[in-house]
Ligand binder design. Structure first.
Ligand code: FAD
Length: 366
């Protein structure tokens, strides 16, 4: 029997499983390796922080998807790859050989640690959930207004800082919030109109904006900048960009300069065509793509088609990224910022639209 292994419960993998349940390839076993069966959907995680959703409402249940697709679920973490033997090494339960491997393991962050500062990494999202648990109690024990610092002025950093601020306020805490960014403009990666609205939302929420602050480490309860500046911090939300997991590069798969698996237009590794890589863990060779969930979602149908085409010896189709991206940022006050093409606005209607899109996406997998 041939075997397809899906490593990681990412957004594209969810679509592969959904379609496999409808149209499986006979004589092929599908195996899913994930450390946890409930996979968070990033679009709703800031809303979970702000108290709008329960954690379960924000998650795709991979145990359910595996059951429907008659796939084998292995609760473990991929830890290495023997490309010669086509063997995926697992952290706890040995190894699995496969004919096709799909990597959908997302990204991580490279954040320094310090005993006097509570670190909250934004990736993987399950780590953020773990870090947030018990946070309010620990900060209350300080006996003063806690200093909450966000590092990284991208959409995720802004949403998570505002969501976390709201969460702490709901427990009666009044955190002093600061957002640090490398550039003077601070808010990064957003169209100009959306960046302007995001900046204003942060200021309205009482967040102090400090640009030109390239965080490099911690010292005595302070964040240190490359230029010697410091910022007091009790809890730090680290959202300074996505970093790759180390083991795919160590296994000999071709990677880009940062270490993300380089893939061609059909989503296959340019060095090992039996390996597909999708979402954040991949570097799309035809053109650079931002690390955003929307690309993993849109890769899903192409991945599902191309895995089946490979098994059936048919021609693979290319993934064509959309040129215009809808950006929706939850500002944790019942409103959202929406931006597409040249249009940008902020309000409750934008939040209702975002909520509708996110819930409709998750409903596909329920
Ligand atoms: C707070 C926040 C908000 C965001 N909001 C948005 C948004 O609104 N819109 C948007 O487009 N993007 C958003 N992003 C970006 C988005 O989260 C990522 O781009 C997206 O989740 C990537 O999807 P993915 O399918 O590659 O992997 P992920 O969704 O990250 O899933 C990867 C999975 O792999 C698992 N995994 C990790 N390592 C291993 C391993 N070794 N073995 C097995 N499994 C493993 C993880 O547990 C996880 O379940 C946000 C990011 C953050 C941090």
């Amino acid at each position: 029997m041939r075997r397809v292994i899906l490593a990681g419960a990412g957004h594209a993998g969810a679509e592969l499983l959904r379609q496999w349940a409808i149209d499986p390839v006979p004589g092929v076993e599908l195996v899913v390796v994930t450390p946890e069966p409930l996979a968070p959907y990033s679009g709703m995680v800031p809303g979970w922080l702000a108290g709008h959703y329960t954690w379960e409402e924000c998650c795709i249940d991979f145990a359910l998807l595996c059951k429907r697709a008659k796939a084998r679920l292995v609760i473990d973490r991929a830890a290495g790859l023997d490309t010669a033997r086509r063997q995926l090494m697992l952290a706890g339960t040995g190894s699995i050989e496969g004919d096709i491997l799909v990597l959908n393991i997302g990204s991580t962050v490279r954040a320094p640690t310090h005993s006097a500062v509570r670190m909250l990494p934004t990736r993987p999202l399950s780590a953020l959930r773990g870090a947030v648990e018990g946070l309010a109690g620990d900060l209350r024990a300080l006996g003063r207004a806690p200093e909450l610092v966000g590092i990284g002025g991208g959409a995720a950093g802004i949403e998570v800082l505002l969501g976390l601020r709201r969460r702490l306020q709901r427990t009666g805490l009044r955190p002093t919030c600061t957002l640090l960014g490398r550039d003077d403009a601070l808010v990064r990666g957003l169209p100009p109109g959306a960046a302007d609205l995001a900046r204003r939302s942060l200021v309205r929420a009482g967040v102090t904006l400090r640009g030109g602050f390239e965080a490099i480490g911690f010292d005595n309860g302070h964040v240190l900048a490359a230029n010697g500046a410091t910022q007091k911090a009790d809890a730090v939300l680290w959202a300074a960009g996505a970093a790759p997991h180390a083991w795919p590069a160590e296994s000999g798969l071709a990677v880009d300069a940062a270490g993300f698996v380089t893939i061609d237009a059909t989503l296959r590794s340019i060095s090992h065509p039996w390996v597909f890589a999708v979402g954040d863990c991949a570097s799309f060779n035809p053109r650079a793509l931002p690390k955003a969930g929307v690309f993993s979602v849109r890769m899903g149908p192409v991945l599902a088609d191309n895995v089946r085409a490979t098994l059936r010896n048919r021609t693979l189709r290319p993934y064509v990224p959309q040129s215009r991206q809808l950006v929706l940022i939850n500002t944790a006050d019942g409103a959202a910022i929406a931006s597409r093409g040249g249009y940008v606005w902020r309000g409750r209607l934008a939040m209702a639209w975002k909520d509708w899109i996110d819930r409709r996406f998750l409903a596909r997998y329920r």
